[in-house]
Design a binder for this molecule. Structure first.
Ligand code: NAD
Ligand code: UFG
Length: 338
């Protein structure tokens, strides 16, 4: 079976393609390279011996999508393509609604026209807003505090309506907690353009000497040490969650929603300490004001994915930090351009 992977050159998509190839699946990648480099495909080939078929183009281009579906015998779609910078989404909301919401509409229209009924969508724990309690279950109330989060929530709601109108479809919504880490080879990893928004890439760039120090956004939260607590999940565990979703739910009609998290929370300072241990580098940090929109703590109840997908995260915090450090130290400036 061929699986169309939109955004497959990106961070989570590239790791998922490697796991798919190793499991005997055939990913067909579609990406406009807005936030990724084609040299990622060299690394996927180096790791697996297979260079996936790659279409460079945009999910908002209906004629292009029709051509891909006509040329390839696609059974399912894993839809990673999207923009993900929260701050940028506040400044440029239209860009986010166009790319993330409109892009998904065009993609689903093309799927329906091509009789492709199975879709896995990358959502986010951000749809839980500021949760009333932790751990977070899938049936908790949803809300959004910024256009990025709202775009994910809108797509979830639109997919729910689409499923009502097309009950023959299998639509799986995966709500990721905080993806970190890298393929254990150090060949694949997270390569943010510009100043990283997220904690782990920022810490690793401090460790490798690209940034002077980490700003810790707030130390007065009601948490274990006052700093924000999140559910960090190794990207290879996350990738395997997509394979489990494809195998267990991708073939069953229905609308399915799963948290992909570990069920453990770590604070910013615990992450700094773990990364210092893995890298042997002292991570300089300064306490800074809280970042607007941040919540105190957030971690998953992953029980539903365990019972229905037979999936659970297996990588430890030490794996996450050691693998990130291997990627960052082997590729201090990220992927080569060509
Ligand atoms: P990424 O930016 O590394 O990968 C996304 C890929 O999609 C990039 O290669 C980009 O070039 C491509 N893309 C973007 N818009 C496109 C378009 N219109 N047409 C074709 N290709 C397009 O991001 P990632 O971290 O791999 O995230 C993948 C998905 O998971 C995104 O939808 C993101 O919102 C979601 N997600 C990510 C996180 C996270 O922290 N990384 C957390 C929750 C959810
Ligand atoms: N943090 C710092 N300094 C930094 C960056 C982050 O102290 O330079 C702190 C944050 O305040 C927070 C924690 O580290 O307490 C994690 O922050 P991230 O930006 O790495 O992750 P978030 O939980 O804020 O958000 C991430 C993605 C969102 C996604 C969400 C849930 O950025 O897109 O996880 O999946 F929606």
């Amino acid at each position: 079976m061929k699986v169309l992977v939109t955004g497959g050159v990106g961070y989570i998509g590239s790791h998922t393609c490697v796991q798919m190839i190793e499991a005997g699946m055939t990913p067909v990648i579609l990406d406009n390279l807005y936030n990724s480099k084609e040299t990622v495909l060299d690394r996927v080939e180096k790791l697996t011996g297979v260079r996936p078929v790659f279409y460079k183009g945009d999910i908002r281009d209906r004629a292009f999508l029709d051509q891909v579906f006509a040329e390839q015998d696609i059974g399912s779609v894993i839809h990673f393509a999207g923009l993900k910078a929260v701050g940028e989404s506040v400044e440029q909301p239209l860009k986010y609604y166009d790319n993330n919401v409109n892009g998904t509409l065009v993609l689903v229209e093309a799927m329906l026209a091509a009789d492709v009924n199975s879709l896995i969508f990358s959502s986010s724990a951000t749809v839980y807003g500021d949760p009333a309690s932790v751990p977070i279950r899938e049936d908790f109330p949803t809300s959004a505090t910024n256009p990025y989060g709202r775009s994910k929530l809108m797509v979830e709601e639109i997919l729910t309506d689409i499923h009502k109108a097309h009950p023959e479809m299998s639509i799986t919504i995966l709500r990721y907690f905080n993806p970190v880490g890298s393929h254990k080879s150090g060949e694949l990893g997270e390569d943010p353009q510009g100043i990283p928004n997220n904690l782990m890439p920022f810490i690793s760039q401090v460790a490798v000497g690209r940034r002077e120090y980490l700003s810790v956004f707030g130390n007065d939260y009601p948490t274990v040490d006052g700093t924000g607590v999140r559910d960090y999940i190794h990207v290879v565990d996350l990738a395997n969650g997509h394979l489990a979703a494809l195998n267990h739910r991708g073939k069953t009609a229905g609308l399915h929603i799963y948290n992909l998290g570990t069920g453990n929370g770590y604070s910013v300072l615990q992450m700094v300490k773990a990364f210092s241990k893995a890298s042997g580098v002292n991570i300089e940090y300064k306490i800074a004001p809280r970042r607007p929109g941040d919540i105190a703590e957030c971690w998953a109840d992953p029980a539903k994915a365990k019972s229905e997908l037979q999936w659970q995260a297996s990588h430890t915090l030490d794996d996450m930090t050691a693998d990130t450090w291997r990627w960052q130290s082997q590729n201090p400036t990220g992927y080569p351009s060509k």
